[in-house]
Design a protein around this ligand. Structure first.
Ligand SMILES: [Zn+2]
Ligand SMILES: [Zn+2]
Length: 645
């Protein structure tokens, strides 16, 4: 018999008979690996564990540790879903059923919508089929026979898929008991291991995603190899729901979105506006300390300005359309850079003045598509903590380090501890997304890498995420579900100084071109507040809480003293409120807890007499009586420390 050579990931080579399967090789390596194996990778391609190997190959046996293997597992779960649905509803027509992030879906055409009870029945049927440990078997069928098979079963979408997608004369199918599916595979060997799944919801989807096509119902499932991972995922989902800034924004009266104003244009309510103003004051002060100069510039400008900057060519799809006014054509600005460049240009600069750091809480407008708009996190009008540093090439590294320091300090003060660095580069290959100047791109990329390396910070790379004028360093924050978004960014730009012919007089008396560093430290106010709402689940640290203390008189008799306490707190600079409603103390405490107010100050006759307050903390509960002066001093210290405890 012929033998072949199998090279394993550790470099070991095994000589085996031709036709040996990956499952047999796994068994030879260890019974445990054989038990845990889901699928194999042979010369880079995923293959069934039962596939006979007919030539020498590099082989890895994949378990749940491999993300690709987990996707194969989820795909097998999608087949199991379709098999269960067909048993319960034999007349449905099948669409497609791929694995997705955290699970899978399958599409069905059925006149009645699937209900919650249906999903429960289907889930039970899936468990029943899984427990029978039915093998997933690959079959090759000639294309005409395959079409005929589906025609007999009235599966017209599947007929369409076979006609379009099957190129070879033999078409690959997978069977799971009675269920048969046109599928390239691979699959896990059998259904027995599919236990950790949950059908989540049903949503409508046009066949092939094309409007006008029949509408199918997609049943979505969450699915993991291990129950613990599923439990963890479902827990995180609950947590994300509990922390959702749109839900909390409403409950805590932070912002609202009105149909009469328009999509993606939130209104900041007094409490949300307070948080935003505190953030603004905080960052302006940090920047002032770091030598930034703050300016105000208008939210709009002539289209010509953006033609010159290149925004019009590379970014106009994300801009609002221009407005014709008498002789001028104006447009809402999508970025603040051109305005700040004109601020720099308003006078002649010598090298001695550099770096010049121009900063502004700049309001910008971007045409975000309606489908992606969400609460405060994706909006059409946003105010960015923006700045442009005009410096000499020699100053890039120290300015870059200065910005990074600012970011880290701001994150520390805001209680943000989980973040990663991403170097965002352009896609290689021709694209009109980016200005064409290879030399400039390479230089900017090199400078960014050197700056990061000299700080010793680790980063990942993301091709296709650069700004149109240059690469950037993005600082990524993840939400509860692990989805990452860019919050802070630093960009080194050689393009705009050139477009605007910027200069400074050097030590040699000649004209030189400055470099621009674009940077945003705490992102847009909208996005950062949405992040903080979710980070703290609405329970803001005292220095950011819209109401820091609420005074709760026990009865009318202590109303006067309660009023005085409130006034004194306000005069001391705190955000205090008085709840003098004619309600029971318990009700007042409950409402204050719901609003997540850090301190409740209960005022009874004893307190009024002694000049004290009975302090209650939203998380720590009853802290006992304290002289008012003492409470004020403690609160002042807590605010100053920006404690997040
Ligand atoms: Zn499939
Ligand atoms: Zn900029």
């Amino acid at each position: 018999m012929d033998t072949i050579h199998i090279t394993l990931p550790d470099g070991a080579v095994r000589e085996v008979d031709k036709g040996t399967t990956p499952a047999q090789i796994a068994q030879q390596i260890s019974p445990r690996l054989a038990r845990e194996a889901l699928v194999a990778r042979s010369n880079g391609d995923l293959v069934d564990l039962s596939k006979p190997l007919d030539s020498s190959t590099k082989l890895s046996i994949l378990t749940a540790k491999d993300p690709d293997a987990v996707q194969v597992f989820r795909h097998s779960a999608a087949h199991l879903l379709a098999a269960a649905v067909l048993e319960l509803f034999p007349h449905v027509k099948l669409g497609i059923g791929p694995p997705i992030e955290n699970g899978f879906f399958y599409e069905f055409l059925r006149e009645q919508p699937f209900t919650q009870e249906d999903l429960q029945k289907i889930e039970a049927k899936m468990h029943e089929l899984a427990s029978k440990d039915i093998p997933n078997e690959r079959k090759l069928i000639p294309k005409p026979e395959a079409i005929e098979l589906y025609r007999k079963q009235n599966q017209e979408f599947k007929c369409e898929l076979v006609e379009e997608k099957a190129i070879e004369p033999m078409v690959s199918f997978y069977t799971t008991g009675k269920f048969i599916d046109f599928c390239r595979g691979p699959h896990i060997p059998s259904t027995g291991r599919i236990k950790a799944f949950k059908l989540m919801n049903v949503s409508g989807a046009y066949w092939k995603g094309k409007e006008g096509n029949p509408q199918l119902q997609r049943i979505y499932g969450a699915c993991f190899v291990d129950q613990k991972d599923l439990d963890d995922y479902l827990h995180r989902l609950e947590e994300a729901k509990r922390r959702d800034h749109r839900k909390l924004g409403k409950e805590l009266e932070l912002f609202t979105v009105s149909d009469q104003v328009g999509s993606g244009l939130p209104l900041w309510l007094p409490k949300g506006a307070t948080i935003r103003r505190l953030l603004e004051e905080y960052i302006l002060e940090k920047e002032r300390e770091a030598g930034y100069l703050h300016v105000y510039t208008p939210d709009l400008a002539k289209v010509d300005l953006y033609i010159r900057s290149g925004h019009w060519e590379h970014y106009h799809e994300d801009m609002f359309p221009p407005m014709d006014l008498e002789t001028e054509e104006l447009v809402l600005r999508p970025m603040n850079c051109p305005h700040h460049i004109l601020v720099y240009e308003s006078k002649k600069h010598s090298y001695r003045e550099l770096p010049v750091r121009i900063a502004e809480l700049g309001t910008m407008y971007r045409y975000e598509r309606s489908g992606v708009l969400s609460g405060l996190s994706r909006v059409r009008c946003m105010t960015l903590n923006d700045a442009h540093i005009f410096c000499t090439p020699d100053q890039i590294k120290s300015e870059f380090a200065g910005v990074m320091r600012l970011v880290e300090e701001a994150y520390r003060d805001l209680g943000i501890t989980q973040y990663t660095y991403r170097l965002s580069l352009r896609d290689k290959g021709p694209s009109d997304k980016y200005v064409a100047n290879d030399e400039m791109w390479n230089l900017a990329e090199r400078v960014l890498r050197e700056a990061m390396d000299s700080l010793g910070l680790p980063y990942t790379e993301a091709p296709g995420e650069a700004a149109f004028y240059g690469p950037k360093l993005d600082i990524q924050l993840a939400d509860v579900m692990g989805h990452q978004e860019t919050y802070s960014t630093i960009q080194i730009d050689f393009h705009l100084p050139n477009q605007f012919d910027l200069g400074y007089v050097g030590a040699d008396g000649h004209d030189h071109q400055p470099v621009i560093i674009h940077r945003g430290v705490i992102s847009t106010m909208e996005r950062m507040v949405s992040y903080l709402i979710e980070l703290y689940a609405g329970a803001f640290p005292v220095w950011l809480a819209p109401v820091q203390a609420i005074v709760l008189p026990l009865s009318e008799k202590t109303a006067e003293y309660a009023h005085k306490v409130t006034q004194q707190l306000r005069q001391a600079g705190f955000r205090a409120e008085l709840d003098d409603r004619n309600e029971k103390l318990q009700a007042k405490i409950r409402d204050a807890q719901l609003l997540k107010i850090p301190y409740m100050l209960v005022i009874g006759a004893k307190e009024a007499e002694a000049g004290t307050v009975a302090v209650r903390h939203r998380a720590k509960g009853d802290l006992g009586p304290r002289p008012l002066d003492q409470f004020i001093a403690d609160l002042r210290a807590e605010v100053a420390s920006k404690s997040t405890a």
